[in-house]
Design a protein around this ligand. Structure first.
Ligand code: FES
Length: 129
């Protein structure tokens, strides 16, 4: 039983990758790091951390390097409203928009950026792949 627990601990450590100290990662900032050949973007937005692939599902552009903003939506009365402030990133190549909280394309459930777990431990931020 103890051997299984040790194996599980090692697997967790191997999958956990340090990104930044939270003291150095202010609200509204993002960092993009290379983890095992994959570019991962981590956002600090609206008091939360979100990690996504930086590889656009359209044509492979750097999806998470674009403008972080909100998006137009339709409310229950059919009126256009501005929503999701600081949660929508626009790929700089052709403007596809993705929700950084879940990776979904704003106009189609067919497209999604992979997302990753983020952990803060002792003031350090980690991403799990
Ligand atoms: S490559 Fe991202 S929108 Fe085209």
């Amino acid at each position: 039983m103890a051997a299984n627990d040790d194996t599980a601990d090692r697997a967790t450590d191997e999958n956990r990758h340090h990104v930044v100290s939270v003291d150095e990662f202010g609200e509204g900032e993002r960092v993009i790091i290379d983890i095992q050949g994959r570019e991962i973007a981590v956002f600090h937005s609206n008091g939360e951390y979100h990690a996504l692939s930086n590889y656009c599902t359209h044509q492979g552009g750097p999806a998470c390097e674009g403008l972080l903003s909100g998006t137009l939506d339709v409310d229950e009365d059919g009126e256009l409203i501005w929503s999701c402030e600081d949660e929508i990133v626009s790929c700089p190549w052709h403007g596809w928009e993705f929700d950084i909280t879940d990776g979904r394309h704003t106009a189609s459930d067919k497209y999604r950026l992979p997302t990753y777990e983020v952990h803060v431990e002792d003031g350090e931020l980690y991403v799990e792949l």
